[in-house]
Design a protein around this ligand. Sequence first.
Ligand SMILES: *Cc1c(COP(=O)(O)O)cnc(C)c1O
Length: 406
Amino acid sequence: MNHFVSHLEGAIDGTRLEFGRIYNLHAGRPIVVRYDLDAVKRAVTPEAIAKRPPTLWRYRELLPLPFDAEPVTLGEGMTPLLKCDRLGGQLKLPNLFVKDESQLPTGSFKSRGMTAAISLAKWLGIKRVALPTAGNAGGAAAAYAARAGIECFVFMPADTPVVNQFEPHLYGAKAFRVNGLINDCGKIVKDGTEPMGWFDLSTLKEPYRLEGKKTMGLELAEQFGWKLPDVILYPTGGGTGLIGMWKAFQELKELGWLKSDKMPRLISCQAEGCAPIVRAFEKGERFAELFPNAATVASGLRVPAAVGDFLMLDAIRASGGKAVAGAEAAIAPWMVRASAAEGIAICPETAVCFDVLEKLLAAGDVRSDETVVVFNTGAAPKYLEALPVELPMLEKETIDWTKISK
Ligand SMILES: *Cc1c(COP(=O)(O)O)cnc(C)c1O
């Protein structure tokens, strides 16, 4: 067998679509990949997977790329699951872990989605892609497109972090700033499909980035010995991380690979300056309204409207979790507090999760005996604007030791 995909499916209405054709949305909503899990179960075991190289392509049977196609890869290594004893001690949470996605190519978990999406785009014969980005997606897409020999166009809000502006340029993509938000950039990409002949690689507007991001859930299960933690805190923008992990957990459950079917509670963390999913969750709604005047230094979370909103809200509710907003003023202090306690470079998006975690602990929504995983989705050094630093200046001729010891 060349692959284990049974079909694609319109997520809103379950319509079956044939695999191997080029799709974006169905009925204006995302398309997801479905597998013949019985066949996967016969073909591979967790023990066999454990012997493969530690990259996300070790889960090949649960990924859509046919076996006779070479992945477009930059060596997406299995990311460390780091126990955080110092920070856990401060929070009175002895089983606190950070899954550090910042160590992936291009410094964020976006590379998981792009290795899958660009591999499939290449397999489907696509020569030109375009996408809107809040920051990290543009750099990751540009890198993988370069590797595949695919042309790439990137559109980003004018005030996107400067490192994210630099990245697509470095990787030879054609990048533009736009006087608007990511949804305005998304409209440019959509409108350009006809005149520019590009493939729209926007979050959840093609089926395969989600499959790449799903591997966060697969890795987490494997790293915990095919058990899942009690609580996962995930910084939520477009939602592929949450939706992908939930999809992974359901697939693992159906495969019978999990030692316990108890699912983690998914905590969707957003910044108070852009919290459409939190609002919809609190109102009990299945779809989210556009969040007006979206603004936060956690640029990856600046997504005022998401086409996969209902998939996020369904997953959060099915897991018994919540969507909670973190305070803008807490972002910079938490970046330093968590990074300094653990030596892990915590990005602003993840700093939001720590503020949320502290609130949930105080409210008793997370108990101190629970196993909690916080995803560090990106690399802090990419966010110079989030934490302006001016180091004290010394005169080399007259070192003032009192100044240093202070
Ligand atoms: C894109 C991004 C997010 C949000 O990702 P989704 O899974 O699409 O919601 C969070 N953190 C960082 C660093 C990002 O780049």
